[in-house]
Design a protein around this ligand. Structure first.
Ligand code: GLV
Ligand code: MN
Ligand code: MN
Length: 413
């Protein structure tokens, strides 16, 4: 069993086929959740599973998986996977590599005739990236998707309803995707690092210790539309200035935080003309911290700054909270299984926290969950993100051997 390896050519062939779906001229992919491109990628996965003669499963949250059943029907399931959706104009590796590595591990175990003491499932979770809701499929499966997140999705209600309709999913059915926690043996995910630390450390694998919390706000500043030529500067209620004040003051306030980050990813002025003072400015704000204390401190600092910015420019302010995921620790047992796998494969592993959100975060609420990173370059959430193929293969082999480790420990009680 120690010499078992995944099939690198089969894995790469699938990776390249999938990367062509929704591909962009810049070399990335554009597959926002439940868009036509994303649905095409999901169909490709489904057809791949059928062509390989494996069992396919879809749940009411639209999660797709390949299943390798174990003979004991009552046994729990070990889930492996990630997501096939991308951010707008994203890269080829974020999420897709993890789904295909999971699938390749499942095929390798099937082909080797290995009997596992649990069902094995390679899963593609719906809407990880948050163009609609964020961790939609994984939180639904874990039974921890609050109804408020569907009522106030980050991408807006209309986009969510259109996406669900396009995919043939019913909002009212999504909670039925929840699985009983005792039916889940665990969850393992492979992902590109999306940052430079593994390469800087000269390491092959990052064993993720935990993931940041992520909070999202939609801020709406409202003032008065006015003539841009005849209204004196002091007499304006310029919503654009309120938004600009908020961006600058928040960025300055971040100097008193260390591990925390914020991002204003989108701004919209209305009515939006050269010669009208904007009466409305909408800003999307995302904040992240590895600790709950950091999340709480950021939330109150940012809320106070938004109110102060509104007061300063004589504006009204609406703060719409659009979802929050808590900081999460990865399972020590799964980190240990990954360490053992790296040791067996002669790969250098280092522990690493994650600044990105991942499906592992949702599963960690209900079962042992953990993940690994492989080195990547070009940053991420852009078409330049890249991982060398040997690093992808290393990652998939670590995932394979972590499953075998986990199975040993599981069988041994
Ligand atoms: C997901 O990739 C996120 O961290 O935004
Ligand atoms: Mn991802
Ligand atoms: Mn991502």
């Amino acid at each position: 069993m120690n010499s078992l390896r995944i099939d690198s050519d089969r894995f790469q062939h699938d990776f390249e086929a999938l990367a062509r779906i929704g591909s962009t001229a810049q070399g990335g992919v554009h597959r926002p959740a439940l868009s036509e491109n994303h649905l095409a990628a999901r169909r490709w996965f489904r057809e791949r599973i059928a062509a390989d003669g494996l069992e396919f499963r879809q749940d009411p949250a639209g999660n797709h998986s390949a299943v390798l059943p174990c003979p004991h029907a009552q046994a729990p399931t070990l889930l492996l996977g990630s997501h096939l959706d991308s951010v707008p104009n994203g890269g080829r590796f974020d999420g897709a590599l993890g789904v295909l590595a999971a699938y390749e591990v499942l095929r390798t175990i099937r082909d080797a005739g290995i009997r596992l003491p649990f069902h094995l499932e390679a899963i593609d979770f719906t809407d990880e990236e948050g163009t609609l809701v964020g961790l939609l499929g994984s939180r639904a499966l874990a039974g921890n998707l609050p109804p408020s997140e569907l009522a106030h999705p980050r991408g807006g209600r209309a986009a969510l309803l259109e996406g669900l309709h396009r995919a043939g999913l019913q909002e009212s059915e999504i909670p039925r995707a929840a699985r009983p926690p005792d039916s889940l043996a665990g969850f393992l995910e492979l992902h590109i690092e999306q940052g430079p630390r593994l390469l800087e450390a000269g390491a092959d694998i990052g064993i993720v210790t935990g993931m940041v919390g992520i909070g999202s706000f939609l801020l709406t500043f409202t003032g008065r539309a006015d003539h841009a030529g005849t209204t004196p500067m002091h007499a304006r209620r310029d919503a654009g200035l309120g938004a600009a004040e908020m961006i600058v003051q928040s960025s300055l306030a971040m100097r008193s935080f260390s591990d925390e980050v914020i991002n204003f990813g989108h701004i919209h002025f209305s009515p939006g003309a050269f010669n009208i003072v904007p009466h409305r400015a909408q800003l999307t704000l995302e904040y992240r911290s590895p600790t709950q204390a950091g999340m709480d401190a950021l939330k109150s600092t940012l809320t106070e700054l938004a109110h102060a910015s509104a007061r300063k420019h004589k504006l009204e302010l609406e703060i719409d909270e659009q979802g929050c995921v808590q900081p999460t620790r990865c399972s020590p047992g799964i980190q240990q299984a990954f360490r053992q796998a790296c040791k067996r494969l002669g790969l250098k592993a280092v522990p690493l926290p994650s600044g990105a959100g991942h499906d592992t975060q949702a599963l960690a609420q209900v079962c042992p969950a953990g993940m690994i990173f492989i080195p990547s370059t070009g940053g991420s959430h852009n078409p330049e993100e890249f991982a060398a193929w040997p690093a992808c293969v290393n990652g998939a082999n670590v995932l394979l051997h972590a499953v075998l480790e986990f199975a040993n420990d599981f069988a041994g009680g």
